[in-house]
Design a protein around this ligand. Structure first.
Ligand code: NAD
Length: 355
């Protein structure tokens, strides 16, 4: 089992990664003996995972709350319903919530835990690749409101994160690729080992080889945990994790969040951001070519030709990274280090869309 730590001081937490079943001892060590436990999951998570998790707990009082799968489940209504369950069953500060599922479950379960009684403990058991390499680590919790995604939330670290790559066996191709998009992101913004792993083992990655999955999850989390621990509340460095997101979010918004997965949109966003990095002179031509080949080698689409800058512009300028009317971009340099800048030639954005 691989162990990584994230967070600082009292909110430091352990992330355990295994290719087998989740470690029972570690799980129970982090839950008080007589505590009540609420497992929050969704309708898309295979039932066997829910039953196995329940069976792994030494606790007698275990409740299961299943929300409908999909992004719409991160709603105020579901938040209220979960809080009602916690209150009706008289959960106290010594009781605990477990999020078993993808980023949707993790985000809403974490937000409920952060607000109920001003905060009770929660454990993340992420079951999608995206949640394993990204959303379960970093303490961002949220729900959506009609005005926008993730507009209500809190920074609230989990007590523990338990990851098993075995959960990924049942994941659809679309969801698997969505997670791979984030893996490539860590490779391009910082992690050389991950770049080499993808270059050399792309076939095994596509085939979901258990050993290689363990490696890519570990390397992704090493990068994510390092960044979020240095900048817990997104006051600076953490912005580099948004590489590709300005354009990816614009594509998602332009297509009404219906056409493609988050990861697929972010991947196209990364392609555009890498091209801008090249046009700005930060990346060499062969490095851009290698980056695009890396993305392509694990079956991710790099073709953004159907999206025009003129159509996406208003969504791009809606980005959180627009300050004083100036767009901040996350670009990469020739050492594959990401950085934030608002000093760039606007024409290079248009050029990146065209080429
Ligand atoms: N908190 C953060 O830092 C952070 C970071 C990135 C994304 N997010 C959020 O994460 C969400 C997306 O997460 P996601 O991509 O995991 O999507 P998701 O949670 O919607 O899961 C995708 C689908 O896979 C199903 N599923 C889950 N585990 C499965 C398994 N093992 N086998 C088969 N099916 C399974 C789910 O039921 C769902 O239908 C978004 O709401 C996004 O805002 C949060």
């Amino acid at each position: 089992m691989i162990e990584i730590f994230a967070g600082k001081g009292l909110s430091k937490y352990k992330i355990c990664i295994t290719s087998g079943s989740i470690p029972k001892k570690e799980l129970n060590k982090n839950i008080k003996k007589n505590a009540k436990v609420l497992i929050i999951t969704d309708t898309g998570v295979p039932k066997k995972y829910i039953n196995n998790l329940k069976d792994s707990l030494n606790n007698k009082k275990v409740l299961i709350h299943v929300i409908r799968k999909g992004e719409n489940a991160k709603s105020f209504k579901n938040f209220q319903e979960i809080i009602k369950v916690l209150a009706d069953f008289k959960f106290s500060r010594t009781d605990l919530v477990i999020a078993l599922g993808g980023g949707v479950v993790g985000d809403i379960a974490g937000f409920c835990a952060s607000t109920y009684l001003r905060g009770i403990d929660y454990i993340q058991v992420p079951t999608t690749l995206l949640s394993q390499v990204d959303s379960s680590v970093g303490g961002k919790t949220a729900i959506n409101i009609p005005q926008g995604k993730n507009l209500v939330g809190a920074f609230y670290n989990p007590k523990l994160v338990l990851i098993s790559s075995a959960y990924l066996e049942t994941l659809s191709d679309k969801e698997y690729k969505s997670g791979l998009g984030e893996v490539v992101k860590y490779a391009l913004i910082e992690n050389k080992k991950l770049r080499n792993l993808i270059k050399e083992k792309h076939r095994l990655i596509v085939d979901r080889d258990k050993k290689i999955l363990l490696e890519i999850i570990k390397e992704s989390i090493l990068t994510k945990s390092k960044i979020v621990t240095k900048d817990e509340k997104e006051s600076g460095l953490r912005a580099i994790l948004n590489f590709g997101h300005t354009f990816g979010h614009a594509i998602e918004a332009y297509t009404n969040y219906k056409k493609m997965s988050h990861g697929a949109a972010i991947t196209l966003g990364m392609v555009i951001a890498a091209k801008i990095s090249f046009f700005e002179g930060f990346l060499k031509e062969h490095q851009l070519k290698n980056s695009l080949e890396l993305i392509d080698s694990i079956g991710l689409d790099t073709d953004h030709s159907e999206y025009r800058y003129s159509d996406l512009k208003k969504f791009i300028m809606n980005d959180k990274k627009v300050a004083d009317g100036k767009l901040n971009l996350i670009l990469i340099n020739e050492k594959f280090k990401a950085f934030k800048t608002n000093m760039f030639n606007q024409n290079n954005i248009k050029k990146a869309f065209k080429n």
